[in-house]
Design a protein around this ligand. Structure first.
Ligand SMILES: Cc1ncc(COP(=O)(O)O)c(C=O)c1O
Length: 382
């Protein structure tokens, strides 16, 4: 089906940066710079400077950024790691694959970890907290940091959706022992496949991840320090990411402008809850523009008919997938979010016209609902 408003436009994204990207690709390919060359190092230095940490280590996915961070922090069997239930499954899979147990807590209406629930979830086995900065908004990190300090817990940030966002002037990925990023193509900063990075201020952690991503080998001495992983960020992906990184501030401002436009276009639609969370401490990037509507499924079907492509992340709580063996939970906000959320088109190629078409279709949907409710009410005999 061809949409009037597409959710993402990877072809247009490439076309806009074609000369710079083609040049980067040509330079890697023509010189055989495929593995661990200067493009990777350059990108890592630039990413660390952007995030506000001493080090960044390129890995092959956000999942591996999380998994290698946990291992480098010494988390393993018998340990508990607290995170949120409303996140991409990879956050939890990373905890399980390092042998630890995930402890899932609820989120607040802004989709981020509820610090009020954190302390109650801590047990003598708790070793780490993974706050997830969802949709381009940082968690309330001052409170999370204070609790972590009180109980001597490690913080590993899932910043896969938090690149460029700040809280109290500090960048996502600069609060924890590590920050974990994903460069999946449709992220704020995306490569042409899978990619990720770990940011940290700790030289030993950076060194451990550099070794683990390369099967445990110290590339300078040839010594194997661990049974590691094949998890290096491809040099060619790093070269592309380094072309895109300087564009990020402008892309973020573009997204923020579109979010403002959605907020004004939809302000009178009382059936939807908009992500107007604000707060002086927060600089949000709108990695995703997520609204809530109790009639989410009908709205989504209507938008599809109108040629507007949307996404639902995620339609049922993670623990309701029995094969994941996460037990049963009662987490009311997560459950309600799963029933109600829908992400609207918003990325660096989305136009103001796209936002107006999408918002107009949403208004039409609710106007027709109101009209048919009134018709039904009028038809009831007095
Ligand atoms: C919140 C969150 N955590 C983890 C990940 C995993 O990243 P990747 O897909 O690069 O492994 C993602 C990516 O979708 C994500 O959005």
């Amino acid at each position: 089906m061809s949409y009037r408003v597409r959710f993402v436009k990877p072809d247009e994204h490439y076309t806009r940066l074609k000369p710079e990207i083609d040049h980067a690709l040509f330079s890697c390919l023509s010189q055989g710079d495929l593995i661990n060359r200067h493009h990777l190092k350059d990108f890592e230095e630039n990413l660390a400077a952007f995030v506000g940490t001493k080090y960044a280590v390129g890995v092959n996915s956000g999942y591996h950024a999380l998994a290698l961070s946990l291992l480098a922090a010494g988390i393993g069997p018998g340990d508990e790691v607290i995170t949120v239930a409303h996140t991409f499954v990879a956050t939890v899979s990373a905890i399980i694959h390092c042998g630890a147990s995930p402890v899932l807590i609820d989120v607040r209406a802004d989709y981020n970890m509820d610090p009020d629930l954190l302390e109650k979830a801590i047990t003598p086995r708790t070793k780490a907290i993974i706050p997830v900065h969802l949709n381009g908004r940082i968690c309330e990190m001052d409170r999370i940091e204070a609790i972590a300090a009180k109980y001597k817990l490690v913080i590993i940030e899932d910043a896969c959706q938090g690149l460029g966002a700040t809280f109290q002037g500090r960048g996502g990925g600069s609060f924890g022992l590590t920050g974990c990023f994903s460069f999946y193509p449709f992220k704020m900063l995306g490569c042409f496949g899978d990619g990720g990075a770990v940011t940290t201020n700790d030289p030993e952690i950076a060194k451990a991840i550099v070794r683990m991503r390369y099967n445990g080998e110290d590339r300078e001495t040839g010594e194997y320090h661990y049974h590691g992983f094949t998890a290096l960020l491809d040099n060619i992906q790093a070269a592309v990411l380094d072309v895109k990184l300087p564009c990020l501030p402008a892309w973020i401002e573009h997204r923020r402008g579109l979010a403002k436009l959605y907020a004004s276009e939809l302000k009178d639609v009382e059936q939807v809850r908009l992500p107007n969370f604000g707060g002086d401490d927060y600089y949000e990037t709108f990695q995703n523009y997520v609204i809530r509507a109790p009639q989410r499924d009908e709205l989504r079907a209507f938008l599809k008919e109108q040629g507007v492509e949307t996404l639902v992340s995620w339609p049922k709580p993670m623990w309701e997938h029995p094969a994941l063996k996460l037990g049963h939970h009662t987490l009311p906000e997560t459950e309600s979010i799963c029933r109600e959320v829908i992400s609207l088109p918003l990325n660096s190629e989305t136009t103001r016209e796209d936002v107006k078409i999408t918002s107009g279709a949403i208004r039409d949907f609710f106007a027709s609902q109101t009209a048919s409710q009134k018709e039904r009410a009028d038809a009831v005999p007095a």
